[in-house]
Design a protein around this ligand. Structure first.
Ligand SMILES: O=C(O)CCC(=O)C(=O)O
Ligand SMILES: [Fe+2]
Length: 168
């Protein structure tokens, strides 16, 4: 579906670019005063794409126009979060949302995330059909990206993207 929307050949995201598959279960315990702590800090997912199964307790928020918006709870729906590699490969067409998880005063929140990401040897670069003049990013391997992303234990998406961005 993503390939079709972008005009890329079917199966473009199959193979090395989506070879790693990490399943993570997040168990957010209640916090009597949710203003004191977050369930998960502000971040952008560094992988290719994340598929998230929420439960019936709210908590996930996306930053939009400087405001935190709660992600709606729809029973059995999967939340699709484009990761930073999708932003690079689509040459900035995809937005990788900044998100966080707030705590709930009383309820436990358990979610299941499937994180699809590139294999270590996969070379990440903007897809040629999506580049008009110059690609926005230079080619890199996923381990190179993660090293920059996690430098100083910061998980700073803008820093990592700027590091690999071709300057005008
Ligand atoms: O638990 C959630 O709702 C979101 C988790 C998340 O953003 C992540 O694991 O990257
Ligand atoms: Fe996330």
């Amino acid at each position: 579906m993503i390939c079709k929307g972008l005009g890329l050949e079917k199966g473009y995201f199959e193979g090395e670019v989506s070879k790693t598959n990490v399943i993570s279960v997040n168990h957010h315990i209640p916090c009597p005063n949710p203003s004191l702590t977050l369930g998960m800090p502000v971040h952008s997912d560094p992988n290719l794409i994340t598929l998230l199964q929420q439960c019936d307790v709210p908590g996930l928020q996306i930053l939009k126009d400087g405001k935190w918006i709660g992600v709606q709870l729809i029973p059995h729906a999967i939340v699709v979060i484009p990761g930073l590699q999708l932003k690079v490969i689509t040459n900035d067409r995809f937005i990788t949302p900044v998100h966080r998880v707030v705590t709930h005063a009383k309820e436990v929140r358990t979610t299941i995330g499937v994180f699809l990401g590139p294999s270590p040897k996969s070379l990440i670069k903007p897809a040629t059909p999506l580049v008009r003049t110059e690609p926005e990013f230079r080619a890199f391997t996923y381990p190179e990206f993660l090293k920059t992303f996690t430098a100083g234990a910061k998980c700073d998406a803008q820093f990592a993207l700027n590091h690999f961005r071709n300057k005008a």
